[in-house]
Design a protein around this ligand. Structure first.
Ligand code: FAD
Length: 492
């Protein structure tokens, strides 16, 4: 059996391991941490369980697909439920809005709350669907770097629809074209953060992102987000994938233009195929230092990072749900601080995720596990101690004001993750959540392909390469790789 070695057990690495195993490779995964999952890790603190990374789960069908690949019934191994409420929104002036899952309800509620035309809201939602349907098969589901992609009928249709895709304006520009109420514009601008970008820079085509939530839905996995990777890990183990934890790969060995082995400390492991699931930047800089690197790709602006406070809160807040947003009063200035000034403003938008709302055992009775996140610049050596302490005060002040509470004495336990922490625990360059930012209309084309153009047998999956960051896209990167690697069964 040909051997495939995968560097990293993030969600992209786990999905690639499963797909290559199914194809007939003997798969080994080498992971620097003592656990699988990468950014999808979790901790327990005095009876409070916290997912450390992702909190929003969309497109669960891509996880189901991996179980179906092995003829297993997904619901017996990984359970999730669709959420009725997408998000609870709060503003400082006491405006509140509950975004319901049904687009009809959403349009009706939003029209009333923001004094907008219901039909215009429906038209906007419909145009987002059109953008997604036209471009997903081209930009997300196949390699952008193979010539056959550009000769398919679907691609030609997408290219001919370019003018209606809003590639040339910004997301904020598109949203302002549809809506007059600044709060509804802000609500839809927020979706730029789903790939770590600024709504004032990212192209208008990104208005397809709300479609993912509003059409396909948002979901909660039983047991929390960590169950996503743990269920895939258990499946991989049961299918014979070998895992090596605490095994930081130091080098990819290249022999006559062919990736031939990886080195972990002083041990060399030969392979027929190598897939790097680690961030593309350290893959080139650390594991392939003597190979020519794709400098333009590595120089791409990185996505935003995050500052997260994990708070065990000794009180229940009935007005909150699983996903909650407390908007900044000056959204544009917030993104200017993050992307241009590389610092934090004093009025950040605060996101609170509370899994104990849907999974009560995540917190003691009458208490809640708050994952309190603000978007942050990547790590450029700033004074994080100062920024964290300032952010903490600003967040508490904002939440006290809007929720009419006194939060500080309610914080029973605390853990903090900052951009350097994200970089240290996952090797994500500058602590970026989603690899490169999508702040330019060329971002998708500059993202690294899922294969090496110069080194044969070398492939790349995960959030820093095509098609991009976030759980669903990492899962698609695995699928694209599995469709391009040689099929061992053909050589039997
Ligand atoms: P990663 O999770 O980046 O893992 C890479 C793995 O490679 C790590 O385990 C690392 O230890 C290992 N590794 C690195 N170097 C080496 C080496 N030399 N040798 C061996 N192993 C190595 N996405 C969503 O869909 N929804 C969300 O709500 C969401 N929110 C987020 C919030 C936060 C705080 C963060 C951090 C991310 C969030 N994301 C979200 C993004 C999502 O987490 C990522 O896009 C995705 O998990 C990245 O997976 P990956 O496959 O690229 O691997």
């Amino acid at each position: 059996m040909p051997e495939a070695h995968i560097i990293g057990a993030g969600i992209g690495g786990l999905a690639t391991a499963l797909r290559l195993c199914k194809k007939g490779y003997e798969v080994s995964v080498f992971e620097a941490n003592p656990y699988p999952g990468g950014k999808l890790h979790a901790i327990d603190l005095n009876g409070y369980r916290f997912d450390l990374g992702p909190s929003l789960f969309t497109m669960p069908q891509f996880i189901d697909e991996l179980f179906l690949l092995f003829e297993k019934q997904p619901e017996l191994h990984f359970k999730y439920k669709r959420k009725d409420i997408l998000c609870e929104y709060f503003w400082d002036d006491e405006t509140r809005f509950t975004a319901r899952k049904n687009t009809h309800d959403f349009a009706k509620d939003a029209a009333r709350a923001f004094d907008e035309d219901e039909e215009t809201i429906r038209k906007y939602i419909g145009s987002n669907k059109k953008k997604y349907d036209l471009t997903a098969p081209l930009f997300l589901e196949q390699s952008l770097h193979k010539s056959k992609t550009y000769t398919s009928a679907k691609t030609l249709k997408a290219l001919m629809s370019m003018p209606s895709l809003d590639v040339f304006g910004t997301l904020n520009g598109v949203n302002q074209r549809y809506f007059k109420h600044p709060k509804l514009v802000q609500l839809f601008n927020r979706y730029a953060t789903y790939n770590g970008s600024s709504p004032y820079q990212t192209p208008g085509i990104m208005s397809m992102i709300p479609h993912l939530e509003m059409f396909f839905g948002t979901f909660f996995p039983e047991g929390g987000m960590h169950e996503i990777v743990m269920s895939l890990y258990r499946l991989a183990v049961s299918e014979g994938v070998h895992f090596h934890f605490d095994s930081k790969v130091d080098e990819i060995l290249v022999d006559h233009g062919k990736a031939s082995a990886i080195r972990v400390g002083d041990r060399v492991h030969n392979a027929d195929l190598i897939v790097s699931n680690m961030d593309i930047y350290p893959t080139y800089r650390n594991l392939l230092p003597s190979q020519p690197a794709p400098e333009k790709t590595l120089a791409q602006e990185r996505s935003s990072s995050a500052l997260i406070f994990y708070w065990g809160v000794s009180k229940a807040f009935p007005e909150l749900d699983l996903h909650n947003i407390f908007f900044s009063n000056d959204y544009q200035s917030e993104f200017d601080h993050i992307f241009r000034k590389k610092t934090l403003g004093n009025d950040p938008t605060v996101y609170i995720n509370i899994t104990s709302k849907d999974w009560p055992s995540d917190a003691p009775d009458g208490c809640e596990n708050w994952f309190v996140m603000i978007n942050a610049p990547g790590d450029h050596g700033q004074d994080w101690a100062e920024m964290k302490s300032r952010a903490r005060k600003n967040i508490i002040r904002k939440l006290n004001q809007v929720l009419k509470t006194d939060l500080e004495p309610l914080i029973a336990v605390e853990h903090i993750l900052d951009p350097p922490g994200i970089q240290n625990s996952t090797s994500s360059y500058r602590g970026a959540l989603y690899g490169a930012a999508s702040n330019s209309r060329f971002s998708a084309f500059l993202r690294h392909p899922n294969f090496s153009r110069k080194i044969s047998n070398l492939y790349f999956c995960g959030g820093s390469v095509h098609p991009g960051g976030g759980i669903p896209l990492c899962l698609l990167s695995a699928k694209i790789i599995s469709e391009m690697v040689p099929n061992p069964k053909m050589n039997d």
